[in-house]
Design a binder for this molecule. Structure first.
Ligand SMILES: Nc1ncnc2c1ncn2[C@@H]1O[C@H](COP(=O)(O)OP(=O)(O)OP(=O)(O)O)[C@@H](O)[C@H]1O
Ligand SMILES: Cc1ncc(C[n+]2csc(CCO)c2C)c(N)n1
Length: 258
């Protein structure tokens, strides 16, 4: 089975020249307090979207994160390429500001069956060529911590677009899907992530999961809700490997700034 490699090097203050040189990034900002590293992800992304009220967060909070800089300069510099959603949260002053700078505002108020994050991921899917999908990492800022229905809706998007690499982020942790179609090698960037981690069979039970590199490794183990799930595990090695007959969620804590 083919191996899929994963790395959180996008959180490093400077990208290593050796690994991950073919990785590309898109950033989706949600309507939650911006994680502290959002300016870094913004600079790294070649496409920046705001899900509806996420644009209010960029407008209000980027100048708060970059306190030493001129407010208007920051707002002009951090201009979303696209704002997409059902537009029930985007403020009119924020919309006007970004429209004047050339942001593409896509109003999908007629669709009340998919979330604003779903709408943004569908946009990225439509404008990404098939050959570029493998190297594309979609980073979603502000996806966790907050309303549980939103959090679970955000996790569901990982399953709906399981052929895309989507990474949900908060200040505290990241979550991604490990599709059963691949074996997985997760490179632990220990200066920015870990050690606490989990492997969660949220969509369906797993009859056989095998891991290496964890304090509590699984060897051909069954996992299910109501039975065993792996929480409060610890990444012990630089490389963690996972093989499973089910799609699993991988989550790892983010290091706090010192
Ligand atoms: N508290 C939260 N926790 C996690 N994600 C959130 C939260 N609030 C918003 N989001 C994410 O940000 C996106 C945009 O948020 P926004 O508030 O504009 O959505 P919404 O459709 O107006 O939500 P609702 O009408 O249910 O309050 C949502 O689709 C969701 O992915
Ligand atoms: C069964 C079912 N439950 C909830 C909603 C509501 N809903 C889901 S996504 C969305 C858009 C949020 O921006 C809304 C209002 C629905 N349509 N169908």
């Amino acid at each position: 089975m083919a191996v899929m490699s994963h790395s959180s090097s996008f959180l490093l203050p400077t990208l290593p020249s050796s690994n991950d040189h073919d990785a590309t990034y898109a950033l989706v900002v949600l309507n939650q307090r911006l994680p502290r590293f959002t300016p870094l992800l913004w600079q790294r992304a070649h496409l920046r979207l705001c899900a509806d009220g996420g644009a209010n967060r960029v407008y209000d909070e980027m100048p708060e994160i970059l306190r030493d800089e001129d407010v208007l300069d920051v707002r002009r510099r951090f201009k979303p390429d696209v704002i997409k959603g059902d537009m029930d949260s985007l403020r009119t002053d924020v919309k006007e500001f970004y429209v004047n700078l050339g942001t593409n505002v896509v109003d999908e108020a007629q669709d009340q069956d998919t979330t604003d994050l779903h709408k943004c991921i569908a946009y990225i899917q439509d404008c990404t060529r098939e050959m570029n999908k493998k190297s594309l990492n979609i980073l979603v800022a502000g996806a966790l911590g907050g309303r549980f229905d939103h959090e679970i809706g955000n996790v569901n998007v990982l399953y709906k677009f399981s052929d895309l690499r989507i990474i949900l982020l908060s200040d505290d942790c990241l979550i991604q899907l490990l599709p059963k179609t691949h074996h997985h090698e997760i490179h632990i960037e220990s200066s920015v992530v870990g050690p606490h981690c989990g492997l969660i069979p949220i969509g369906a039970p797993s009859a056989r999961t095998t891991t290496t590199g964890l304090q509590w490794d699984l060897t051909d183990m069954e996992m299910s809700f109501g039975g065993l799930i792996s929480t409060s595990n610890i990444a012990r090695e630089e490389k963690v490997t996972v093989e499973s007959d089910s799609d699993l969620l991988w989550t790892i804590s983010l290091r706090k700034p010192t």
